[in-house]
Write a protein that binds this ligand. Structure first.
Ligand code: NAD
Ligand code: WQD
Length: 339
């Protein structure tokens, strides 16, 4: 089945393209390469033996996007990854984030509706829950007011899709709320490509282990958690990619129970920053130079997923052990350093 993947040369998109191809789908990637490179196609081809079709289009360009969809009417589904995702940058550039993330979504939806492409899987985020009062969070946990313009684009995007699906009964959508995606493909042919100084924990940690950064700052050890550092639900990127394949299958087979559904995609397990460092050292034998510093502004204390719905309805569960995920992240870091 032909599937359109927006943002398919990006971190999560590229891993999902691999899993889609390995499940027998034909993939067309559309991406403007704002935060990825064309070489990612080599990595995908190296893993699967098939080079996915690729078109370089900015999805905020409405005529170009509608033209793209008109040429790919035979696609049966779209996975919409394309978005800007740096939380801190979104605070300093709110208009750029709203413009990019919301216009590209609306153009994609118009392209789908105008060409009879019925099925959408959308990349949402645990950011929509903020600091939830009750943990772990289920899909019925109330969303909190977003902490950043980026987070707000996810809340607003979920609602734009919901409102469209209410009137377009022939269209179907699934929003996957990812927790903290980490790791890389075990082949080390694709992975995350952080630009500049990483904001996220794992790329900062692996760059520190590789000697590119001097020291990892652990942002706070005075939280109300067992070791004082914040708790997150770190999900392996290949496990996450597989969740998209099962979501697509659910839509193509018409097994969805409503024409718009939401699923938490995490492991269901909370790990602290200090536990991640210890697991990395166990998995790789490499010591991490770190120091505890003050809290990072805007960080939440703890969040992890109740994944019962995804387990039962999608028949999906996270499988990769954290040590394996961190070993894959390290392997990818070493490959990046050798390039
Ligand atoms: P990424 O930056 O690696 O990939 C996004 C891709 O979208 C990039 O290749 C970029 O070039 C492309 N893109 C951005 N704007 C575009 C536009 N206007 N037109 C065409 N292409 C455009 O990010 P990722 O980590 O792979 O994230 C994928 C999706 O998952 C995003 O929607 C992100 O918000 C969401 N998400 C990511 C995380 C995370 O921690 N990585 C967590 C939750 C949700
Ligand atoms: C994880 C933990 C930090 C860096 C972000 C977005 C969220 C979602 C996932 C997209 C936190 C600590 C980090 C460092 C540290 N993305 N940390 N030292 O903040 O949980 O979530 O990515 O939707 O919306 O906000 O991820 O990787 O930045 O941080 O101690 O140098 O690591 O305090 O506890 P976060 P992260």
């Amino acid at each position: 089945m032909k599937i359109i993947v927006t943002g398919g040369t990006g971190y999560i998109g590229s891993h999902t393209v691999v899993e889609l191809q390995q499940d027998g789908h034909e993939v067309v990637i559309v991406d403007n390469l704002a935060n990825s490179t064309i070489n990612v196609l080599d990595g995908i081809q190296g893993i699967t033996g098939t080079r996915p079709a690729f078109e370089k289009i900015d999805l905020t360009d409405r005529p170009a996007t509608l033209d793209f969809f008109a040429r790919h009417k035979d696609a049966r589904a779209v996975i919409h990854f394309a978005a800007l995702k740096a939380v801190g940058e979104s605070v300093s550039k709110p208009l750029e984030y709203y413009y990019n993330n919301l216009n590209s979504l609306m153009n994609v939806l118009a392209g789908m509706r105008g060409n009879g492409i019925p099925n959408l899987v959308f990349s949402s985020s645990c950011t929509v829950y903020g600091q939830a009062d009750v943990l772990p969070v289920t899909e019925r946990t109330p969303r909190h007011e977003a902490e950043s313009p980026y987070g707000n684009t996810k809340v607003m995007s979920e609602d734009i899709i919901r409102d469209l699906m209410r009137v377009e009964k022939s269209m179907n959508g699934i929003a996957l709320r990812y927790f903290n995606p980490i790791g890389a493909h075990p082949s080390a042919l694709i992975g995350e490509l952080p630009v500049g100084v990483p904001n996220n924990l794992i790329p900062y940690l692996t760059q520190t282990a590789a000697g590119i950064r001097e020291q990892l700052s652990v942002f706070g050890d005075d939280y109300d958690t067992p070791d004082g550092s914040p708790l997150r639900d770190y999900i392996d990127v290949v496990d996450l990619a597989k969740a998209h394949v099962v979501a697509i299958r659910r839509l193509l087979e018409g097994k969805n129970k409503a024409n718009y559904e939401y699923f938490n995609i995490g492991t269901g397990r909370a790990l602290s920053v200090l536990e991640i460092i210890a697991a990395f050292e166990r998995a790789t034998g490499v010591k991490v130079n770190y120091k505890i510093v003050g809290r990072r502004a805007g960080d939440i204390e703890k969040v992890w997923a109740d994944t019962t719905l995804a387990n039962n309805e999608l028949g999906w569960r996270a499988e990769v052990p954290i040590e394996q995920t961190l070993a894959n992240a390290w392997k990818w870091q070493q490959r990046l350093a050798s390039k």
